[in-house]
Design a protein around this ligand. Structure first.
Ligand SMILES: Nc1ncnc2c1ncn2[C@@H]1O[C@H](COP(=O)(O)OP(=O)(O)O)[C@@H](O)[C@H]1O
Ligand SMILES: [Mg+2]
Ligand SMILES: [Zn+2]
Length: 509
C-alpha cells in the first residue's frame, strides 16, 4: 500500500512542507529514494533499514520506493529519516491508523534512537501556515520547537516509541505554550563593562557607537584590551525584542546551534571569526548553503580582530551585508537570502610590530610601513566605519590601580536606549532606525549646523587633512552625540568630539 507522511524541508531560513510517500510493491527487494534528495538523504536508506530492524520489525523484502514531494525543493540532510521509517511501517500496516495531522522530523541512529536535527524552529514556525498542529521532534530539539506556540510538540527518543504511540500503545505528553513557556525573562550576559579598568575614552566611543549603530575600528597594541572591550559591546545594546530573538534563533537553528532546552536566543550574539576564515564561512554559501558568521551575528555584533591579517577578498565580501543587511547566496535552484544585520567592530595593531604609541616599547616601523599596513584594509570596508578609536595600553601600575567602581553595562545601556528612541522617532518616517543608516539626504535634513559649528568643522577637516568623505561621517556621529546629550540641535562641542573619531583617515589619505 501507499503511505503519505508529512515532513518539512528547510531552504534558507524558512521551511516548506514535504510529503514523504512510501510505496511497497511486489518485486525484487530494493529501496530507492526519489524527489531531489542529496547524498545525506540517500544515506538515510541504510539508517532507516537498520533502525526499523533494531526496533523489532522486519524490513520488507519487497520493492520499496520513497518519493519526497514536491520534487522541485532540494532535500538536504538527515531530518527525513523518521518520516521515511514511519512511512515504511505504515505502508506495511504495522501502524494501523493514518498519522494524519502530524509532521515528523528527526534523524535515526542505527539502533532506532531519534537524533537532533537542524532547522527545527523554522520548520515548526512554517507548520502554522500548512494547518498541521502536531509535530514529532527529537527530544533534544524540544526547546526550539516549543517557541512556535499553538502547536503540540511531541518529543521523541526512539522509533519504537513513535510506532507504539501511533498504535495507541504508549502515551507521549505533548508540549505547547509558545515562547512564554520557554522563558521570556531576560538573560544576563556573562561579561560586563564594569570589569574594564580605565579606558574612559574608549568606553565613551563604544557607547556612542552602540547608541547610533555606528561601526567601529579599534586601534591599539596587543594586550591593550581591544578584545575585552569588543566582547562587551553587546551588553550595552538594547535588549533583543521578540521578533529579533526569533530571527536570530531561526538562523542558529538552521546550523544546529540552538542548545537543547535553550528555546529562544535572548542575548545579542557576538561572533569573532579568526582571520583565517574563508569567505564562505564568513558570508555563508557552499554546496549545501548555510548561513555564515555575518548571519549568525544577525542582531548582534561581528568582531574581526587583527583586521589587516584578513584576506582582502574576505573583507571585500562584507560589503553586501554592511550595505543591505542581508546576504544572498546562489544555489543550484535560485538563491536564498540570509538576514545579516549586525554592528561591525574591527581591531588592529597600530603598526606591524604593534608598539607604535606604546608608553614603554619602541616602534621601528616608520610611516611608510604603517601606511602600507593600514591600507591592507579595503576601502569599501573603511568607508563603512564611522568611528575610529585608539586603545592605549595601560601600564601595569595602572592596571593594578583601583579605579573605583566602574559603571556597569546596564547603566550605559539605559543611555543607549534613550538615544535610540530619539532617533527612532526622528527617522521612522524615513524607514530607518538609527543614525548610522542615514544617507546624504537624511544628513542634510537632520544634521544641520549653525555657522559657528560649520566653520569649526571645516577648520578641523583642513587641520587634520581629513577627506571630504569624513565630513558626512563626522556629522552622523555628532548627531548621535547630540542625541545622547538629549539635544535636538547639533552643537559645536558635539562636532568637536565626533571629529576625534576619524584618526585613521590621515593614514588613508
Ligand atoms: N582596561 C583593562 N581592564 C582590565 N583588564 C584589562 C584591561 N586591559 C587589558 N586587560 C587584561 O589584559 C588581557 C588582554 O586583553 P585583550 O583584550 O586580549 O587585549 P588585545 O585584544 O588588545 O590584545 C585581558 O584579558 C584582561 O585580562
Ligand atoms: Mg585581541
Ligand atoms: Zn611598529
Amino acid at each position: 500500500m501507499l503511505a503519505k507522511i508529512n515532513s518539512s524541508a528547510v531552504v534558507g531560513v524558512d521551511a516548506y512542507p514535504v510529503t514523504v510517500e512510501v510505496d511497497i510493491a511486489a518485486g525484487l527487494p530494493s529501496f530507492s529514494i526519489v524527489g531531489l534528495p542529496d547524498a545525506a538523504v540517500k544515506e538515510s536508506k541504510d539508517r532507516v533499514v537498520a533502525a526499523v530492524r533494531n526496533s523489532g520489525f522486519d524490513f520488507p523484502s519487497k520493492r520499496v520506493t520513497v518519493n519526497l514531494a514536491p520534487a522541485d525543493i532540494k532535500k538536504e540532510g538527515a531530518s527525513f529519516d523518521l518520516a521515511i521509517a514511519v512511512g515504511v511501517l505504515r505502508a506495511r500496516k504495522l501502524i494501523d491508523a493514518e498519522p494524519d495531522g502530524f509532521c515528523f522530523i528527526g534523524e535515526l541512529a542505527l539502533d532506532g534512537a531519534v537524533r537532533p536535527v537542524k532547522g527545527v524552529l523554522p520548520i515548526v514556525l512554517s507548520l502554522k501556515d500548512s494547518g498541521i498542529r502536531k509535530v514529532m521532534v527529537p527530544k533534544a530539539n524540544l526547546g526550539e520547537a516549543m517557541v512556535a506556540g499553538d502547536i503540540d510538540v511531541y518529543p521523541v527518543e526512539k522509533l519504537k516509541d513513535v510506532s507504539d504511540f501511533l498504535c495507541g500503545k504508549k502515551e507521549i505528553k505533548p508540549f505547547s505554550g509558545g515562547y512564554e513557556a520557554c522563558g521570556r525573562e531576560k538573560e544576563e550576559y556573562d561579561v560586563d563593562f564594569s570589569e574594564v579598568k580605565g579606558q574612559q575614552f574608549v568606553k565613551r566611543a563604544l557607547e556612542i557607537a552602540a547608541a547610533g549603530g555606528h561601526n567601529v575600528l579599534m586601534v591599539g597594541p596587543p594586550g591593550s584590551g581591544k578584545s575585552m572591550l569588543a566582547r562587551r559591546l553587546p551588553t550595552i545594546l538594547p535588549d533583543l525584542h521578540f521578533e529579533e530573538s526569533l530571527e536570530t534563533t531561526k538562523i542558529h537553528s538552521v546550523v544546529g546551534l540552538v542548545s537543547p532546552g535553550q528555546g529562544l536566543i535572548k542575548k545579542r550574539p557576538f561572533r569573532a571569526p579568526h582571520h583565517t576564515v574563508s569567505d564562505i564561512a564568513l558570508i555563508g554559501g557552499g554546496t549545501y548553503p548555510r548561513p555564515g558568521d555575518v548571519s549568525l551575528a544577525h542582531n548582534g555584533v561581528l568582531f574581526l580582530d587583527e583586521l589587516p591579517e584578513f584576506h582582502r577578498d574576505v573583507l571585500e565580501v562584507l560589503r553586501q551585508p554592511l550595505e543591505d543587511r542581508v546576504v544572498t547566496v546562489s544555489r543550484a535552484k535560485g538563491s536564498v537570502a540570509y538576514p545579516a544585520s549586525f554592528m561591525f567592530i574591527g581591531a588592529m595593531n597600530p603598526c606591524p610590530c604593534g608598539n607604535f604609541g606604546h608608553p614603554e616599547r619602541e616602534c621601528l616601523c616608520g610611516p611608510y610601513k604603517i601606511r602600507k599596513y593600514v591600507s591592507r584594509i579595503s576601502g569599501p570596508l573603511m568607508d563603512r566605519i564611522d568611528i575610529h578609536v585608539e586603545v592605549p595600553s595601560l601600564k601595569i601600575t595602572e592596571l593594578a590601580r583601583d579605579f573605583g567602581e566602574a559603571e556597569p553595562s546596564s547603566d550605559i545601556r539605559k543611555r543607549v536606549v534613550m538615544a535610540r528612541q530619539r532617533q527612532k522617532e526622528r527617522l521612522e518616517g524615513d524607514k530607518i532606525y538609527c543614525n548610522s543608516r542615514m544617507g546624504t539626504r537624511h544628513i542634510r535634513k537632520y544634521c544641520a549646523l549653525d555657522k559657528e559649528s560649520k566653520d569649526f568643522l571645516i577648520a578641523v577637516i583642513e587641520r587634520l587633512r581629513l577627506s571630504a568623505r569624513a565630513y558626512d561621517r563626522i556629522l552622523k556621529v555628532a548627531r548621535t552625540i547630540a542625541d545622547l546629550a538629549r539635544k535636538e540641535e547639533i552643537e559645536r562641542e558635539h562636532v568637536a568630539e565626533a571629529a576625534q573619531y576619524r584618526r585613521m583617515d590621515a593614514y588613508l589619505a
